[in-house]
Design a protein around this ligand. Structure first.
Ligand code: MLT
Length: 253
């Protein structure tokens, strides 16, 4: 079991033959999960705003929505920002979401060499781990959890989520005693420390007060997104990146 605190701390080749779980709790992963749970046909991750417009031009009018952020805010000319609550069935049901964010879509691109690229967050915690475990055991593959970070810096909401994932994976049969890299070990220790000090339901407060991503959102008046993202197991949906078709769909669909 491996954790990487930032894409810059791991070579893309390290994902070859692995199951990758890409984590951007605030907010790209959480928003992608919500978009698919609301009935979006697919989410197409784009690195640049221009690329997103170009991708959208190839889709029939009315069949897509442009979503994402720069500097945390909705991009001019886009339909939606990066708040998961915006991705309602009315907004995205039956449509392709053409999506670009500062860190999350870059992290996905970084992990593209993996055998399977899954998108994980607190909101689909148990579901994504069940899928990752199944795929790892079936194929004898390692699991690499890649934290997206914020503006190229490590951010604790992703590290804490990764630590919680390691704790759960180690508790699952066949993965008990699995070796950890040093970042997995540190993430697990950080999660255990926070978890032992946090009152039930207090995770949102921890994310808001002690994480870079949470602090940024709170300053921009988007603390509601932190509450949304901190609710574990709100959804059972697991997004999977279809690398060949370059789109994210619900695993199993
Ligand atoms: C990102 O992918 O950069 C983040 O999700 C930023 C944000 O919260 O909007």
């Amino acid at each position: 079991l491996y954790v990487h605190f930032l894409p810059a701390l791991v070579q893309p080749e390290a994902f070859r033959g692995a199951v990758a779980v890409v984590v951007d709790v605030l907010r790209a992963s959480t928003t992608i999960i919500q978009a698919l749970a609301s009935g979006a046909r697919a989410v197409v991750p784009c690195l640049e705003v221009g690329e997103a417009h170009q991708t959208a031009r190839a889709i029939s009018h009315g069949q897509y929505v442009l979503g994402g952020e720069r500097g945390g805010l909705r991009i001019e000319g886009f339909h939606l920002g990066n708040s998961p609550a915006e991705y309602t069935p009315q907004a995205v049901g039956g449509k392709t979401v053409v999506f670009t964010t500062t860190n999350g879509t870059r992290a996905l691109n970084h992990a593209r060499a993996a055998d399977e690229v899954l998108i994980g967050a607190l909101v689909n915690f148990s579901a994504v781990l069940a899928r990752a475990r199944g795929s790892a055991i079936a194929g004898g593959r390692p699991i690499h959890i890649l934290c997206a970070g914020t503006q190229s810096e490590i951010t604790s909401e992703d590290v804490l989520c990764a630590g919680a994932m390691i704790e759960r994976l180690q508790a699952l049969d066949a993965l008990t005693g699995a070796a950890l890299n040093d970042e997995a070990f540190l993430a697990l220790a950080a999660w255990r420390q926070v978890n032992s000090e946090t009152q039930r339901g207090g995770l949102a407060e921890v994310l808001q007060t002690s994480s870079r991503g949470g602090g940024n959102l709170a300053c921009q008046g988007m603390a509601g997104d932190i509450e949304f993202a901190a609710k574990m197991d709100r959804l059972a949906l697991v997004p999977r990146l279809d690398v060949a078709a370059w789109k994210i769909v619900a695993a199993g669909s």
